[in-house]
Design a protein around this ligand. Structure first.
Ligand SMILES: Nc1ncnc2c1ncn2[C@@H]1O[C@H](COP(=O)(O)OP(=O)(O)OP(=O)(O)O)[C@@H](O)[C@H]1O
Ligand SMILES: [Mg+2]
Length: 245
C-alpha cells in the first residue's frame, strides 16, 4: 500500500521538447514527445550522448542553472514548468561522493527539506521515515564519511524521499557501485517506489538491474538537428506489472 503521507505520483509530459546547450551548435535533445503517467516507472535507455541526462536535468528544473541554453517546446510536471515544481521532483546522480553535502546522516537528509522551508519537527519525522524507507538502519548522528558507495546513494535517495516527491529521477544511480551496492540501491528504490507511489524515471545501461521494477522502457534516439529525438517504447507484459497506488 502506498503510504498516505506521500502526495502521489506526478504526470510528466514532453511536448516537442528540446534543449541546445549554449556552447553547442546542435541540440542535445530535439522534438521529444513523451507522456509518463502518475506512478509509472520508466527505464530510459539510449546510446551515450543521446540526451538522457539532459532530459532528466530538464525535468529537475536545473538546466540553464550553470550555463546558457535554448529551449523548444514544453516540459511539464503536473502541467507546470519544472522550475515551478522543484519541491515535487528529486534527482539522484551517479557519483556517490559528489552528492553528500553534510557531515552527519540526519543533517544531510534534512538539507533539502530545510531549503523547502519545512517546519523543524516535521523535518525530523520525515528524516527518520526516509532512513527507514531506504533501509539505512543508522542513527542520524552517523558520519557520512564512513558510508559505503551503496549507502551514500541510499542517503541521497533518502534526502529525495524526505522532500515527499511526486517524481523521482535517477541518473545511473548504480554505475559506480560494486554488486552488493547495486543490489542495495535497487532494493531501496523498489521500496521507495512502492511506499511513495512516486513516478520514477531511471537511466541505466544495465537493463537487467531494473527490468523487474519498471513498467516501461523508453529508448531515446539520437538528437540530430531537424530530425528530432525519437523515443521508441517497449511495454512490459501487463501480467508482470505490479502497480501500487
Ligand atoms: N553541460 C553541457 N554542455 C554542452 N554540451 C553538453 C553538456 N552536457 C551534455 N552535453 C552534450 O549534449 C548531448 C547529450 O548529452 P547527455 O549527457 O544528455 O547524454 P546521455 O544520453 O546522458 O549520455 P551518457 O549515456 O553518456 O550519460 C551530448 O552531445 C553531450 O556532449
Ligand atoms: Mg548521462
Amino acid at each position: 500500500m502506498t503510504d498516505a503521507r506521500y502526495p502521489g505520483g506526478a504526470l510528466v509530459e514532453a511536448r516537442g521538447w528540446g534543449w541546445r546547450y549554449g556552447s553547442r551548435r546542435r541540440p542535445a535533445v530535439a522534438g521529444l514527445d513523451l507522456r509518463i503517467e502518475p506512478g509509472e516507472r520508466v527505464l530510459l535507455l539510449g546510446a551515450s550522448g543521446a540526451g538522457k541526462s539532459t532530459v532528466l536535468h530538464g525535468l529537475a528544473g536545473v538546466l540553464g542553472d550553470a550555463q546558457d541554453g535554448e529551449e523548444e517546446g514544453r516540459l511539464l510536471i503536473d502541467g507546470r514548468r519544472p522550475v515551478d515544481a522543484r519541491g515535487r521532483v528529486g534527482l539522484v546522480l551517479q557519483d556517490p561522493d559528489a552528492q553528500v553535502m553534510l557531515a552527519r546522516v540526519g543533517d544531510d537528509i534534512a538539507f533539502g527539506c530545510e531549503n523547502l522551508g519545512v517546519a523543524r519537527d516535521e523535518i525530523w519525522r520525515r528524516v527518520d521515515a526516509a532512513i527507514e524507507a531506504v533501509g539505512l538502519d543508522l542513527p542520524r548522528s552517523h558520519p557520512t564519511s564512513a558510508l559505503s558507495g551503496g549507502q551514500k546513494q541510499r542517503l541521497a535517495l533518502a534526502g529525495v524521499v524526505a522532500m515527499r516527491p511526486g517524481l523521482i529521477l535517477l541518473d545511473e544511480p548504480t554505475a559506480n557501485l560494486d554488486p552488493d551496492g547495486v543490489a542495495e540501491v535497487r532494493d531501496a528504490v523498489a521500496r521507495v517506489a512502492a511506499d511513495t507511489g512516486a513516478t520514477l524515471v531511471v537511466i541505466e545501461h544495465r537493463v537487467a538491474v531494473w527490468a523487474d521494477l519498471v513498467d516501461r522502457v523508453v529508448v531515446l534516439g539520437p538528437g540530430t538537428e531537424g530530425a528530432g529525438s525519437s523515443p521508441t517504447e517497449r511495454r512490459r507484459r501487463s501480467s508482470t506489472v505490479t502497480r501500487r497506488r
